[in-house]
Design a protein around this ligand. Structure first.
Ligand code: NAG
Ligand code: NAG
Ligand code: NAG
Ligand code: NAG
Length: 404
């Protein structure tokens, strides 16, 4: 497989909770101000990326209007300019983001310096201002102070697999993979996986990708493996053969490229295990998986009368199903709840009502991350309503209650 040398690819590791002071914003992504550094123009970009790396994070990366609007309002008041994570890809001479993703968004006309679309030079860095304008600076030895804003990604646990047998499991996620170094075409590869009671591998987050890449190398599959995806003409996009959702990819910035093939290979020769589309008739080593599906998700409103633990449907693997929980305690007592919430503050809400949902007073509206926070109803009934709008990459909520 083609090897590509990229200067600054940092594998973003997932976290169990947001760093102190960070907000859980959307899709399980935490955003915040990590620290303030004094540096010089020459080192501004490098130092900001290194600082974010300390918390397994990435610098400011802007792929859409949501990112742009978020950062322009949050860097406000910091000083004139805040460094963003653009780096110069010295092979293509184009600006790319520090995680290897392409520059696929530019601000509205008049809100960026035109150098953005020209050939880049390593001795420049980019910064954003509170009106959303992006500009670049040529490096010099002048002192420069900047707040370091970073993003980190929450760990979304995966359902624990059944017995892995002779498959390898990354204990953290319970998904089992096996790699066979002997090269085969995609069709022969899938037949081989099926003969092991498995499927060609799908990959759903950076841990799985890193685990599979390490496993491949340990089995001698150093020239790439087939993943279990094919291009669907009807959807005009890639799909996993095992039927799982397309919720992650790790393509090289300029891939997939039309005309390069309808299958996907992982480049195991680079530590970041990036992907490219390849011909299905090509021969590559084979990655198989055994993955058990999460239990069926349904809402059970109760009413609940004991003080056992209650969790949102699918917790902690999935948080997308809404549910109202009716909590009732003895007459004359009041409901006390302790809630732990992991919800995207853009979109997902947990609403606590005094009494029933209809006509009940709203006691609290919660989102983001909360650990074991205590709330009280004014009576012996409380309705706790999990209202996700996506619930993407978060765990949902967990509570205990009693009468006091
Ligand atoms: C960012 O954090 C630094 C250090 O903790 C602090 O000095 C600075 O005021 C913060 N900036 C903003 C905009 O909150
Ligand atoms: C309730 O949740 C707590 C904290 O997550 C856990 O330690 C405890 O074992 C759970 N209890 C039950 C009955 O599931
Ligand atoms: C919440 O706090 C109570 C009392 O301190 C403790 O028993 C319980 O385990 C805590 N639950 C969580 C999820 O931390
Ligand atoms: C809630 O937490 C408090 C302390 O954090 C504890 O005293 C109380 O027993 C907890 N209540 C429930 C219902 O878990």
């Amino acid at each position: 497989m083609r090897r590509l040398l990229l200067i600054l690819i940092s594998l973003q590791l997932a976290q169990c909770s947001c760093p102190t002071g960070f907000q859980l914003e959307r899709d399980g992504e935490c955003r915040g101000n990590y620290t303030r550094i004094s540096t010089i123009y020459n080192h501004a970009s490098r130092d900001v990326i290194a600082k974010c790396n300390e918390i397994d994070g990435l610098p400011i990366i802007i792929h859409d209007d949501d990112h742009q609007n978020y950062w322009k309002t949050h860097v406000e008041g910091v000083g004139a300019w805040t460094v963003i994570g653009l780096v110069c890809n010295t092979i293509s001479n184009r600006w790319i983001w520090a995680d290897g993703s392409p520059l696929d968004y530019i601000p509205l006309p008049g809100f960026y310096n035109g150098e953005l679309q020209k050939n880049c030079m390593p001795k420049q860095f980019w910064a954003i201002r509170s009106d959303g304008y992006w500009t670049y600076f040529e490096t010099e030895n002048t002192a420069y102070t900047t707040d370091v804003f970073c993003t980190t990604q929450l760990l979304q646990p995966l359902p624990v697999g059944e017995d892995c047998d002779d498959f390898e499991s990354d204990d953290q996620d319970g998904v089992c993979y096996q790699v066979d170094a002997v090269s085969k075409t995609l069709l022969d590869a899938q037949t081989m996986c099926q003969s092991l009671g498995a499927n060609l591998a799908s990959v759903h987050n950076s841990q799985e990708n890193a685990f599979l890449r390490r496993l491949a190398v340990s089995k001698g599959a150093v020239n790439g493996v087939f993943l279990g995806a094919t291009f669907s003409q009807s959807k005009n996009d890639f799909e996993w053969i095992d039927g799982s959702f397309w919720d992650y990819d790790n393509f090289y910035p300029e891939y997939p490229q039309s005309g390069y093939g309808d299958c996907i290979g992982m480049d195991t020769s680079v530590s970041t295990g990036q992907w490219m589309n390849v011909e299905c008739s090509m021969q590559l080593s084979v990655a198989c998986e055994k993955r058990s599906l999460p239990p069926p998700i349904s809402c059970n409103s109760g009413p609940y009368q004991d003080s056992g633990n209650i969790t949102s449907p699918g917790y902690p693997y999935s948080a997308s199903t809404p549910c109202d929980f009716i909590l009732t305690v003895e007459q004359g007592k009041k409901v006390e709840v302790n809630v732990t919430v992991e919800a995207n503050s853009c979109c997902d809400l947990l609403v606590l009502y005094d009494g029933g949902r209809d006509g009940g007073r709203i006691a609290a509206i919660l989102t983001g991350e909360l650990f074991n926070a205590t709330f009280y109803a004014k009576s012996n009934v409380m309705t706790v309503s999990w209202q996700p709008h996506g619930g993407v990459n978060v765990q949902g909520m967990e509570l205990t209650f009693r009468g006091v």
